[in-house]
Design a protein around this ligand. Structure first.
Ligand SMILES: [Zn+2]
Length: 182
């Protein structure tokens, strides 16, 4: 899967097209059960995508043995997601099948980026910034790790929601180095 597909699903954070996720295999009942704003619960998501997808309670999800926490947000495991990760307001979706292919700091950055959407909303730059500052603060993102993240997103083409990888990388370096952020 080309890295430029990375984060496509994040547009769901902007409230666009829950139907894109729920349509395959979803029945009218699923649609009716959605909350008024059209956002599925983690359980509804799992019921919709099926397979071996499952919901992990907050604090249960690990990447390379490291516990990942995003407040009280649960993590949905979905090996059939067509991306590394995704987010709906209220929960994070991770695809271990893809994540297994990248290094630990890149994995953690992807999770933290999704977590950034939970706290800071749909803006991609803001989520990127949140992720690298969190990584620096928590000690899991070194300058070398940030280089790996930049390499990882470098093939990414810009689109309406996602600036080109090089631009995102420059912005993340600025955020990472921001001396006003402890
Ligand atoms: Zn995003």
């Amino acid at each position: 899967m080309a890295a430029r597909r990375l984060f496509r699903r994040f547009v769901l954070c902007a409230g666009l097209g829950v139907a894109l996720v729920l349509a395959p295999g979803a029945d009218a009942q699923d649609a009716k059960n959605l909350s008024g704003d059209g956002i599925p619960t983690p359980q509804q998501y799992v019921a919709s995508v099926g397979g071996d997808s499952r919901v992990l309670a907050p604090g249960e999800f690990k990447l390379d043995g490291r516990r990942q926490v995003c407040g009280q947000r649960p993590t949905v495991i979905d090996n059939k997601l067509d991306d590394y990760g995704a987010a709906y307001p209220g929960f994070i979706i991770m695809n271990p099948k893809y994540l297994d292919k990248v290094s630990t700091p890149v994995k953690q950055w992807i999770y933290a980026h999704e977590c950034g959407h939970q706290f800071r909303g749909p803006d991609e730059e803001t989520a990127d910034c949140f992720a690298v500052q969190r990584g620096r603060r928590q000690g899991w993102l070194t300058p070398e790790g940030l280089n790996e993240v930049c390499t990882f997103i470098s093939p990414a083409k810009g689109d309406a929601m996602h600036f080109a990888g090089s631009y995102r990388c420059a912005y993340m370096r600025k955020c990472y180095d921001d001396p006003t952020i402890k």
